[in-house]
Design a protein around this ligand. Structure first.
Ligand code: ADP
Length: 246
């Protein structure tokens, strides 16, 4: 119990330090920008003021404010935080039923089509028909949506390929993008709690893949990434076709 308590405290401290860092860095940038704007404005009449300097300074301020707002949005992603709490208490319970995963995938892709389009992603799919698995529909949907939203976030404007087929004893999903890829050494780490692979220009708490991994493990499946930095990422999910006992 004591080990559990130490782990919980460490996780909480790690979480708070990440949150505090994420909140403070755009604020610091805003502050520096405002200070520079003040210096420029106070020099009016005394030097040749370039209005484009004021403009670019204002642009930085508004960009950082937008970042700040999206950080707050991601912090308010209480669903993820609740899932992490359930996982750490061992209470991620599944409601597994025999499901046509092919139909589920097609419906998800149909619903996400607009988002992919607005991210300028050219999307190809190959879905094997009538593949039945014993799954918690909502949880598997959550995992697939998470992978798609990561592709939108990290590989906008790049082609994306979705393949669903039976491979040996598994129903296998392969999602390949041509984005920045995962830096060497991070291919297993990114599935850990709060882990991000050094992406500074995007906002996130590094929980999506952790939750996805836990959901897939609870289904006795496997999720992994094969990637080369600069080339792209291929996320692979294997879900057993046979109905096992929980
Ligand atoms: P978040 O997106 O909130 O950081 P995730 O757990 O979904 O959390 O992802 C963890 C990390 O994995 C991301 O921060 C990013 O570094 C990396 N990552 C995930 N998907 C991709 C992708 N498609 N391309 C490149 N990097 C990715």
């Amino acid at each position: 119990m004591q080990t559990e308590l130490i782990e919980t405290t460490q996780a909480r401290d790690q979480f708070l330090s990440i949150v505090s860092h994420e909140l403070k860095s755009p604020l610091t940038s805003i502050l520096l920008s405002i200070q520079s704007q003040e210096r420029i404005l106070s020099a009016i009449n005394s030097i040749n003021l370039s209005s484009s300097e004021v403009l670019s300074s204002s642009k930085i301020i508004s960009k950082e404010i937008r970042t700040f707002v999206s950080i707050i949005d991601s912090l308010l992603d209480l669903d993820s935080l609740l899932d992490v709490a359930l996982i750490s208490e061992g209470k991620l319970l599944l409601n597994r039923k025999r499901t046509n995963l092919s139909t589920l995938i097609n419906n998800i892709l149909l619903n996400e089509e607009e988002k992919l389009k607005s991210a300028n992603i050219r999307f190809d799919k190959s879905i094997q028909k009538n593949v039945f698995v014993f799954i918690d529909k909502l949880r598997i949907e959550q995992v697939i949506k998470n992978l798609l939203s990561n592709a939108i976030k990290y590989a906008p404007g790049r082609p994306l390929n979705f393949i669903f087929s039976i491979e040996e004893d598994n129903a296998t999903i392969v999602l390949s993008d041509k984005g920045p890829g995962i830096p060497t050494g991070y291919d297993t780490k990114i599935f850990d709690r709060f882990e991000r692979a050094g992406v500074t220009s995007t906002v996130g708490l590094g929980l999506g893949l952790f939750i996805s991994k836990e959901i897939i493990l609870a289904h006795h499946g496997r999720i992994r990434v094969i990637s080369e930095a600069g080339i792209g990422s291929r996320f692979i999910i294997d879900l057993p076709l046979t109905r096992e006992k929980d």
